[in-house]
Design a protein around this ligand. Structure first.
Ligand SMILES: Cc1cc2nc3c(=O)[nH]c(=O)nc-3n(C[C@H](O)[C@H](O)[C@H](O)COP(=O)(O)OP(=O)(O)OC[C@H]3O[C@@H](n4cnc5c(N)ncnc54)[C@H](O)[C@@H]3O)c2cc1C
Length: 379
């Protein structure tokens, strides 16, 4: 990681804010929510960050940011993860929905939503994955059909996070008649209280509930279209890369490693040379994974895009996080879940992180394809 005194100063300010222990304010439930289980979202922290322009610091001040680089945004994601604050709203709302509007939204869509996102007032969901289209997202089958100056959406979306808290969703649907791959896909802005939208919880081991979203003849106006009709694929690829470049993955792995060290200190396990050797290896791996994570962020700062660097970072940091959690339980047994120490949340969360925003196998395939291209170029 490059030494950046300005980013260090910013990190100290964010840390000071995240340490303020105040009770979370009660939050009104969105109208479409019809269940008891809820996602974790500390709106108080998000609005406190937003009030200072720190939730999307890389956006211009006119949209509620600070006009700084992606590295400031990365500091926020990492600190949220280090402090155990859910970053799902940051990832879905700022990195996906907000980044989409920032890149290809109309001035009206940007003015309507970006300042509210940056203020921490608006939570958005992402409706990309379908029961038959996850890793191979380009084969998605939700349709958007042209009708009376608008569009009608029909299909089923799945594994959507924080949909129970969200007001709006970013939805990918097929607008061309053919069943081709990337081309023919369009992005839509869907208010989740529109008639025909049904949000249902899925029960998984993931600590935050995931949802299935049924779209039954959902009528939208032309204002709901984001970007060019049929031309969404490059934006979807970019959004997935931005999500993979989040420092939240690395922040969690570091947090879990800190908990593992604390536990080893408390139980006297550090007296065992085999344990210290393993901890040293994990520590070194963590430092290397941090470098990978920052490289993806520097790509974003320097070129506005990131691809393979983000895929490699996401793969390495999530797999390492899962390895740290597994080692914790190897030392302590499953009783650790009940006796405090590394929380049950880490145990349940680490598995899902290796799948979300693209599985480890898919990340390695992207890296491998890139390597093959480089070798081909080198002749
Ligand atoms: C915690 C969590 C949060 C999520 N949040 C959202 C969200 O908010 N919005 C949203 O739209 N989606 C979300 N997802 C969905 C996520 O993006 C998908 O789960 C992911 O892309 C994988 O798709 P899939 O589940 O359909 O698995 P599949 O694509 O069916 O994959 C199944 C298995 O096959 C392997 N596989 C597939 N293709 C290949 C290949 N070419 N080579 C080698 N192996 C392969 C995979 O690695 C995996 O092990 C979330 C998922 C999780 C776990």
């Amino acid at each position: 990681m490059r030494h950046d005194p300005e980013a260090d100063r910013f990190r100290s300010q964010v840390r000071a804010l995240l340490r303020i222990p105040e009770p979370a304010a009660p939050r009104p439930a969105p109208r479409h929510r019809a269940r008891t289980e809820t996602s974790t979202h500390d709106r108080r922290i998000y609005t406190a960050l937003g009030a200072r322009g720190w939730l999307a610091p890389h956006w211009p001040p006119a949209w509620g940011g600070q006009g700084s680089g992606w590295s400031h945004s990365a500091v926020v994601a990492e600190e949220l993860a280090l402090h155990g604050v859910s970053d799902t709203a940051l990832v879905n709302t700022v990195y996906n929905f907000g980044e989409c509007l920032r890149r290809i939204g109309t001035p009206g869509q940007q003015a309507d939503h970006l300042p509210r996102i940056a203020a921490g007032e608006l939570v958005a969901a992402v409706l990309f994955t379908e029961p038959g289209a996850g890793s191979d997202l380009a084969t998605l089958t939700t349709t958007a059909t042209r009708r009376d100056g608008g569009w009608v959406l029909s299909g089923t979306k799945t594994w959507s996070a924080q949909t129970d808290l969200a007001e709006l969703a970013l939805c990918a649907a097929r607008t061309s008649g053919d069943n081709g791959r990337g081309p023919g896909i369009t992005l839509f802005l869907v208010p989740l209280d529109t008639a025909g939208v049904r949000v249902e919880p899925l029960h998984t081991i993931n600590p935050e509930p995931l949802h299935q979203v049924l779209l039954d003849q959902v009528e939208l106006t032309d204002h709901a279209v984001i970007g060019a009709v049929g031309g969404a694929w490059p934006t979807i690829s970019h959004l997935l890369s931005v999500e993979r470049a989040s420092l939240g993955y690395h922040g969690r792995a570091r947090r879990w490693f800190g908990a593992l060290l604390d536990r080893c200190r408390a139980t006297g396990a550090l007296a065992d040379p085999a344990v210290t050797a393993r901890l040293s290896t994990l520590d070194t791996d963590l430092a290397a994974a941090g470098e990978l994570a920052w490289r993806a962020v520097y790509d974003l700062d320097e070129t506005g895009a990131t691809g393979v660097a983000a895929a490699v970072s996401k793969w390495r940091n999530t797999e390492l996080g899962a390895e740290i959690v597994r080692y914790y339980f190897e030392l302590d047994g499953m009783g650790a879940v009940l006796t405090g120490g590394l929380s049950e949340v880490a145990f349940r969360e680490s598995a899902g992180l290796t799948l979300a925003a693209g599985t480890s196998e898919v990340m390695l395939t992207l890296a491998g394809t890139h390597l093959r291209d480089l070798l081909d170029e080198a002749g």
